[in-house]
Design a protein around this ligand. Structure first.
Ligand code: SF4
Length: 199
């Protein structure tokens, strides 16, 4: 996969916006119309997460997940894929693999939503490329469910799916393609692009 020549890096947040509606990529990166921050959709990683979360107890992580080392707020970039992001925690596990660990300021909904799964996969890709270690799983920590930790298994086909989403983004930017609207029409009334978006 090749990012567009002129592209700076896409962030993981850009890719989450793309998942919310691919037209965000078109309006923001092709037409260069910035989102209005006060009206933007609720990106899962809300700013308050950074303010209110506490780090999970290291003893718990060691015992439950086999964590032998961790780093916090790690900024990673992939030249190969043209993406960058900040991982809440990068974990080294006792089975010689590594994993992303991300905090969600929310209750555990009992299932892992696709956007959070893809976000974790992208962080997994970044870790794999930057540290040269296998990544077979990621973790989400729901702060409003007593810091419950949920595991996301990661197989090669999952990483390939995340890479396809990145490719979709780059194709829109490089070729100026006008993408299909989101099929979730309930998202449109609150969208900052609703006045210029032809449905
Ligand atoms: S109005 Fe709807 S289709 Fe158009 S950009 Fe917003 S969410 Fe997407």
């Amino acid at each position: 996969m090749s990012p567009p020549q002129e592209a700076t890096y896409l962030t993981v947040t850009h890719l989450l916006e793309h998942l919310y509606c691919p037209r965000f990529t078109y309006f923001e990166h092709v037409l260069q119309i910035p989102e209005h921050q006060e009206k933007r959709f609720k990106v899962q990683k809300g700013r308050e997460v950074h303010e209110e979360r506490q780090h999970v107890n290291p003893g718990y992580l060691r015992k439950k997940l086999g964590v032998v080392r961790r780093e916090f707020e790690v900024e990673l970039a992939s030249m190969a894929h043209g993406v960058k992001g900040i991982v809440d925690e990068v974990l080294w596990l006792e089975d010689e693999t590594m994993a992303p660990f991300d905090y969600k300021f929310a209750e555990d909904p009992g299932q892992v939503y696709e956007n959070l799964r893809v976000q974790s996969l992208l962080y997994g890709l970044l870790i794999r490329e930057n540290y040269g270690k296998p990544v077979t799983r990621g973790f989400l920590c729901y702060t409003r469910s007593n810091y419950r930790v949920v595991e996301i298994p990661m197989a090669e086909e999952d990483f390939e799916r995340a890479l396809r989403i990145m490719q979709e983004c780059f194709d829109i930017i490089r070729l100026g393609l006008f993408p299909e609207a989101t099929k979730w029409t309930a998202r449109c009334p609150d969208c900052c692009y609703r006045n210029i978006c032809v449905r």
